[in-house]
Design a protein around this ligand. Structure first.
Ligand code: MLT
Length: 412
């Protein structure tokens, strides 16, 4: 008898973006003439920048030459990329190249990292939240079942609402129920909000005082323009002992199709073994990756390296500037319509509070049917998103402008 992992039966029916894609495909099939504008999943409009294309072409040519061909690479990533990241992104910070693990994207790392922890670790996450953190812990059996609002009994929710400016407050649970692991994502997906240095310090201090670990998703750091907003959690004193950071080239450099990201696992971050001794997570993650992962391809790692060159940085900045301008335009449009909206500054995401009691999936269907626009229903990011809706600035400029015209035509 092949018994399944019954925790999978506790998951919501479909992964959020697969469900969105399913509904869009059904609508398109029934309305082939509709010109749909996609502001749903955070997929970039592209194309890849010239520096990235040159690096790819050079690496492809090398793969065709006996003298330069590369087969299996190091599971942790090539030194050329780990050294480049340490120098370019963490020059002033206490991160060394061998603490950087290259992967095929932050989503996989964020989903996989929880494997290092005991099945009964308590998990805290913001509500709303990027669904991968929640779903991965549901699969691992840490969340139990959801109630009818989609709230998992075993997870500790940190509400982020218009009332608290989408800044999570420390968990208000008895000492013995405090979380062991806290997922934070800033700039936030989906609300688009950022934390100041002092707001992030509160979490680092909490983790230190409570022997908790922060899994910090910094996939959107490249969109920060305001001085003083931390791009890395390691800018915060004390974070090196309690935080693992995840980054991605997807949104930064348009690698959603190429696939590359990395995790920073400081050697000073530890968990507790069954005998009470501290165990470095670096060693565990290294063991996990060498067993289950064969590395990101050489070609892609050369492309990632190119994004850190002066030209690469300039091209990346130009692309992220354009997405930020789109997000700001969407935000401004909603504000001028008198609606409550967050994000759109330092972030490609715009988080709209739907008027009245409107449900987010209902709004999704209405928006698709009446304006032929795809967005992401807030409910897909957790129970707290039920009356919210996410738009992205990742479209091209003309489509975004047209979408805004169509949105203004809706009576909201
Ligand atoms: C999103 O739209 O939230 C992201 O594109 C999803 C992801 O990065 O996996």
């Amino acid at each position: 008898m092949t018994r399944i992992n019954a925790n999978y039966l506790n998951l919501p029916g479909g992964y959020l973006f697969s469900e969105v894609a399913r509904r869009v495909a059904t609508f398109s099939a029934a309305n082939p003439e509709a010109r749909i504008i996609r502001l749903g999943i955070g997929d970039v409009a592209g194309p890849l920048s010239p520096v990235v294309i040159q690096a790819l072409q050079k690496a492809v040519a090398e793969q065709g030459e006996a003298a330069h061909f590369r087969g299996y690479g190091p599971e942790q990533g090539y030194d050329f990329l780990r050294n480049t990241i340490a120098a370019a992104e963490y020059a002033e910070l206490p991160v060394s190249p061998d603490e950087i693990f290259i992967s095929d994207g932050a989503k996989c790392d964020l989903g996989n990292f929880q494997e290092l922890f005991a099945a009964d670790c308590r998990i805290a996450l913001t509500d709303p939240v990027y669904p991968v953190y929640a779903d991965a812990n549901v699969m691992a059996g840490r969340a139990g079942r959801a109630d009818e609002d989609g709230r998992f009994k075993g997870l500790i929710y940190l509400p982020c609402t218009a009332e608290n400016n989408f800044v999570p407050e420390l968990p208000s649970v008895p000492a013995q129920e405090r979380p062991d692991i806290i997922y934070l994502c800033f700039p936030n997906n989906p609300t688009g909000t950022v934390l100041t240095r002092s707001q992030l310090q509160v979490w680092v201090d909490y983790a230190r005082e409570n022997d908790a670990l922060i899994l910090f998703d910094a996939a959107y750091e490249a969109f920060i323009r305001e001085p003083g907003i931390p791009r890395s959690i390691y800018e915060i004193p004390g974070a090196r002992d309690v935080a693992v950071e995840f980054r991605s080239y997807s949104k930064t450099a348009g690698f959603t199709g190429l696939r590359c990201g990395f995790a920073v696992v400081p050697k000073t971050v530890t968990g507790t073994g069954p005998d009470g001794k501290r165990v470095p997570l670096h060693a565990l993650w290294n063991r996990r990756q060498t067993t289950k992962f064969n590395g990101c391809s050489y070609i892609v790692q050369r492309a990632a390296e190119a994004t850190h060159s002066p030209e690469g940085k300039a091209e990346t900045m130009a692309a992220t500037d354009a997405y930020l301008a789109n997000a700001r335009a969407i935000r401004d449009a909603f504000e001028s319509m008198g609606l409550t909206v967050a994000g759109g500054h330092n972030s490609p995401y715009v988080w709209l509070r739907l008027p009245g009691d409107m449900d987010s999936w209902q709004f999704f269907d209405l928006l698709l049917a009446q304006a032929h626009i795809v967005g992401t229903p807030g409910a897909g990011f957790g129970p707290g998103g039920k009356h919210y809706f996410r738009f992205t600035g990742f479209g091209n400029q003309a489509d975004t402008a047209e979408a805004i015209d169509r949105l203004r035509g809706l009576s909201l």
